[in-house]
Design a protein around this ligand. Sequence first.
Ligand SMILES: NC(=O)c1ccc[n+]([C@@H]2O[C@H](COP(=O)([O-])OP(=O)(O)OC[C@H]3O[C@@H](n4cnc5c(N)ncnc54)[C@H](OP(=O)(O)O)[C@@H]3O)[C@@H](O)[C@H]2O)c1
Length: 113
Amino acid sequence: MQNETHPYHQSGTMKSHISQYGTILESWYPLGGRGHTQELFTDPVISSIAESHGKTSAQVILRWHLQAGNIAIPGSSNEQHIIEDFSIWDFSLTDDEMNQIAGLNQDRRNSTY
Ligand SMILES: NC(=O)c1ccc[n+]([C@@H]2O[C@H](COP(=O)([O-])OP(=O)(O)OC[C@H]3O[C@@H](n4cnc5c(N)ncnc54)[C@H](OP(=O)(O)O)[C@@H]3O)[C@@H](O)[C@H]2O)c1
C-alpha cells in the first residue's frame, strides 16, 4: 500500500490497519517529496543524528524507513544522490534515535491529495 510517508507524516494508523492483512506500507514521498526535502534534511533531530553517524540526513531518513519496516524508493536524477541513497547498509539507528524520529510526526502531508 503506497501512502505519503516520511518523518513528518508517518502513516501510523494506516500502517497498523493494513498490517492485519499482511500488507506492507510503501512510503510515497520518502524524503518529503520534491520541493520539501530541505525541511526534513535541516530538521535539527535528523541532522544531528546524521552528524553523529557521519551520514547525510537523506541516509538517516532512508535508514529510518528501513528499520521502521517501510518500503522506501527515493526519487533522484542525480547519480551521486542515488549512490548515497543506496549506501545505508553499513550503519543502524539506535532505539533512542528511532524514538526521536518517531517524535517528529506531525501528520503533515506535503502532497495535495
Ligand atoms: N504511484 C505512482 O504512480 C507514482 C508515480 C511517481 C512517483 N511515485 C512516488 O513518488 C516518490 C518519489 O517522489 P519524489 O521523487 O517527489 O519524492 P522523494 O523521493 O521524497 O524526493 C525526491 C527529491 O529528493 C532529492 N534527493 C534524493 N536523494 C537525495 C540525496 N541523497 N540528497 C539530496 N537530495 C536528494 C531529489 O533530488 P535529486 O533529483 O537532485 O537527487 C528529489 O528532489 C516515490 O516514492 C514513488 O513511490 C509514485
